[in-house]
Design a protein. Structure first.
Length: 319
């Protein structure tokens, strides 16, 4: 296991280098100037703007700027935000826990919905429960997250006045009251992301279980007199989860993309809203760092999925 993990981490290095080269080149060639406001401000002399561009190396060739950025990243210096006037790593570390909490909680909710509903529907195909579950899942993944987010705000915040629709990071309460206020304002964004993913995953879980439940080893397990509960959980679900794990890992970029939209709707101070604000202000160091963090998280989730294969299927060995 340790050798396999080390080999996968070494393979991830050229992948991240390739991703960083593409991202840096696209951002360097994109239109816009981070010091555009200084150019239109008559109180700022042109010499000051030229000195700032020279200080941050914006007039250097792209390949030279990339090597400077790469060496700084290796040393732990992620750059300087032109808009916020602080270090990029400080900005990201302030907002990353909120994003990971929302995304992680939504994925737990999605699995909590998809696994039992998909398995139960597959063990009773074409029943009333199966038909209702299929209808709800079609509706669930057909509606985009920005629509369901606005719908939740209209119903639960404006009409019923149960939940706040703006995420506040400066809650002054302490103790359990602080925890409850944070939990209450996280319910809607977590539900929007979790139910959207859960609806999609339910269909895949149902299809995977239906494929496995007809195999010969399941029939043999039933013939041995094992209870249906043991047959489903031990002989069906464990084998059916392998393609589902692959699906969850491959859909992580879409999850982060949906989180960016959801953070904008509910004004969550995460790295998704930081990315949108940085794009609007041409703050390229922040845009580069945030997209690179997203790429690292996607590769990490795929590595976790590969490790889960060995636990789900004993036939898979890591060498």
């Amino acid at each position: 296991m340790s050798r396999y993990l080390t080999r996968r981490l070494l393979i991830a290095i050229p992948s991240l280098l390739g991703i960083s080269i593409v991202l840096f080149t696209v951002l360097a060639l994109a239109p816009g100037d981070p010091f555009e406001e200084l150019a239109t401000n008559p109180n700022v002399p042109p010499e000051v703007r030229a000195n700032l561009r020279a200080k941050f190396g914006l007039d250097d060739p792209i390949y030279l700027r990339y090597f400077h950025w790469l060496l700084a990243m290796v040393r732990g210096a992620w750059g300087f935000s032109f808009a916020s006037r602080v270090d990029v790593d400080t900005l990201i570390l302030q907002r990353l826990p909120t994003t990971l909490f929302v995304i992680g909680s939504s994925q737990i909710l999605a699995l909590a919905v998809a696994l039992p509903v998909g398995i139960y529907a597959a063990t009773r195909p074409y029943s009333v429960f199966d038909q209702i579950a299929n209808t709800l899942t079609f509706v669930g993944f057909s509606l985009p997250t920005f629509f369901t987010g606005l719908l939740f705000i209209l119903v639960f915040s404006i009409q019923l006045d149960w939940l706040p629709f703006v995420y506040r990071a400066d809650i002054s309460a302490t103790g359990w009251q602080w925890f409850w206020e944070h939990f209450k304002q996280s319910i809607m964004p977590i539900a929007v992301l979790g139910l959207f993913q859960g609806a999609s995953w339910t269909r895949y879980v149902r299809a995977a279980v239906l494929d496995v439940i007809r195999l010969d080893h399941v029939t043999t397990a039933r013939a041995k007199g094992l209870s249906e509960h043991v047959v489903v959980l031990k002989h069906v679900v464990r084998n059916a989860l392998i393609p589902v794990v692959t699906l969850v890992a491959l859909q992580m970029p879409a999850v982060f993309g949906g989180a960016i939209v959801t953070e904008q709707i509910f004004r969550i101070p995460g790295i998704g809203s930081l990315l949108i604000a940085s794009i609007l202000t041409n703050d390229t160091p922040v845009v580069m760092a945030v997209t690179f963090v997203f790429a690292c998280l996607v590769i990490a989730f795929n590595l976790v999925a590969d490790l889960l294969y060995g636990w789900l299927d004993p036939r898979i060995s890591y060498r």
